[in-house]
Design a protein around this ligand. Structure first.
Ligand code: SF4
Length: 460
């Protein structure tokens, strides 16, 4: 019982988080920057922060994560990190030759008040940025928000620096992706291709964080949104922003900078959210939905019909990122399951309201919480008071699952104790099929494990 000290009795807490259901802003900024071709993320702070961010991403994606750091010491912590960053920019272009250095800040550089925009400008003025190369930045103070805030902030930085409007619209749609796996980004591109829609997907970590093993190390793998594509986002005729918490603000920025109209919708996780994505893409590009997509949907509906009897009324606790939890909760309702506890460490208005709307008819008394005090300690207390049949969340949920002996589905970020998750999409109709298959396997494995010998069935 690793969590044996978690009491059943719930007390109001204001100043203390225990086992937060989120991680730190720069990790999100780093992940977003990795989705740009030829881009090297740069952490403006101490080596420890950068090492932690890189290791969190490496452990999840099982790929070496390249990133540089300003390597603050005591001196830079007191007098500012301008000298370190300018020297770093010079060194990085000389040694590693990226097309873009994407600088994000850390708690330390934010607290001492480094003006990173001014420092980057000074580096350009001083000739430290070679012709045709770029240094961009965003602010990611980790004492507010979460990794999702950092991801969103880096997307805003990319738009601020690259997106340009020539006044002539291109026949293409921007898809601003929330934080999903490289395989999900690949799946979004596959769906758009099947629909015959030209898209600019950004960021795009496919073929970067799931690049094939060739035996030769590529410092900058072939994937990622390219600089010309990023520039052209300002001329696209529409933007679809997938996931309000990660992408609504960048889509708004692009609209105010380049007048690209947009619609923010949920990440296409599950049947209903994928339906909305397909309809939105079809409307934005003015194309019909092809038969192959309708058939894929039909297969998902068929699987749901076959499985529904096993899902009915099963209680679920889920935690993670809000853009995942909203469509996932909706999927569970579509399956006739009962999402009773929903919790996200990422702050932000509208989360609770949106989940309440989804659950209004089926689970009106569900417990929902987000923000700093929405932590796994509280989730464990909820479960101790009234257990569930399934937990869905990142690796950190395994402690609760073990102590309470509850089936556990790993979804979200980070997954540190399994391999392969980033290679299989959970978005789209085929992604939903995979989620369903995993949930059912967990529930039936449990039934097999717990059934008496006389009721142990071959056919279930
Ligand atoms: S929370 Fe702040 S100090 Fe800690 S790793 Fe993240 S940026 Fe660094």
């Amino acid at each position: 019982m690793l969590l044996r000290h978690t009491p059943k009795e719930i007390k109001e807490r204001k100043a203390l988080s225990i086992n937060p259901a989120k991680t730190c802003q720069p990790i999100g900024a780093m992940y977003a920057a990795l989705g740009i071709h030829g881009c090297l993320p740069h952490s403006h702070g101490s080596q420890g922060c950068c090492a932690y961010h890189r290791s969190a991403l490496t452990r999840h994606y099982k790929e070496p994560i390249m990133a540089a750091t300003s390597s603050f010491t005591e001196g830079s912590s007191v007098f500012g990190g301008q000298g370190n960053l300018i020297q770093a920019i010079n060194n990085i272009f000389t040694i590693y030759n990226p097309d873009i250095i994407a600088v994000h800040t850390t708690c330390l550089s934010e607290t001492i008040g480094d003006d990173v925009n001014q420092i980057c400008q000074k580096a350009r003025n001083d000739g430290k940025v070679p012709e045709g190369k770029h240094v961009i930045h965003c602010n990611t103070p980790s004492y507010v928000g979460s990794h999702i805030t950092g991801y969103s902030n880096m997307l805003k930085g990319l738009i601020r620096y690259f997106s340009k409007s020539t006044g002539i619209k291109k026949d293409q749609i921007n898809i601003i992706s929330g934080w999903v796996e490289p395989s999900d980004m690949r799946e979004i591109k596959r769906i758009a291709q099947q629909m015959g829609v030209k898209i600019v997907l950004f960021p795009d970590t496919s073929d970067i964080l799931d690049a094939p093993q060739t035996g030769v190390h590529a410092f900058y793998p072939k994937g990622g949104t390219t600089i010309p594509e990023l520039i052209s986002t300002g001329d696209s005729k529409f933007s679809l922003a997938l996931g309000k918490f990660a992408t609504d603000a960048p889509a708004k920025d692009l609209n105010s900078k380049c007048k690209v109209k947009f619609k923010t919708i949920d990440l296409p996780i599950g049947l209903s959210a994928t339906d909305r994505f397909i309809v939105a893409l079809s409307n934005a590009a003015d194309v019909d939905v092809p038969e192959c997509i309708t058939e894929e949907r039909g297969r998902l509906v068929d699987i749901i019909t076959d499985m529904q009897q096993y899902f009915y009324n099963k209680k679920v606790a889920l935690f993670g990122d809000p853009d995942h939890l909203i469509p996932l909760t909706e999927l569970l309702i579509d399956l006739d399951m009962k999402p009773v506890y929903i919790l996200s460490g990422t702050p932000g208005k509208g989360f609770e309201l949106r989940i309440k709307e989804i659950l209004a008819e089926s689970v009106p008394n569900a417990k929902i919480k987000n923000g700093a005090n929405a932590d796994l300690f509280l989730m464990h207390q909820w479960i101790k008071n009234d257990p569930v049949d399934l937990i869905i969340g990142n690796t950190y949920g395994k402690y609760i699952a073990r102590d309470e002996d509850i089936p556990f589905l790993r979804m979200g970020f980070p997954i540190l104790d399994r391999i392969g998750h980033s290679y299989f999409p959970t978005v789209g109709y085929s992604g939903a099929m995979r989620i369903l298959e995993k949930i059912l396997s967990l529930l039936m494995d449990r039934q097999d494990r717990d059934s008496l010998e006389e009721s142990f069935e071959l056919v279930m």
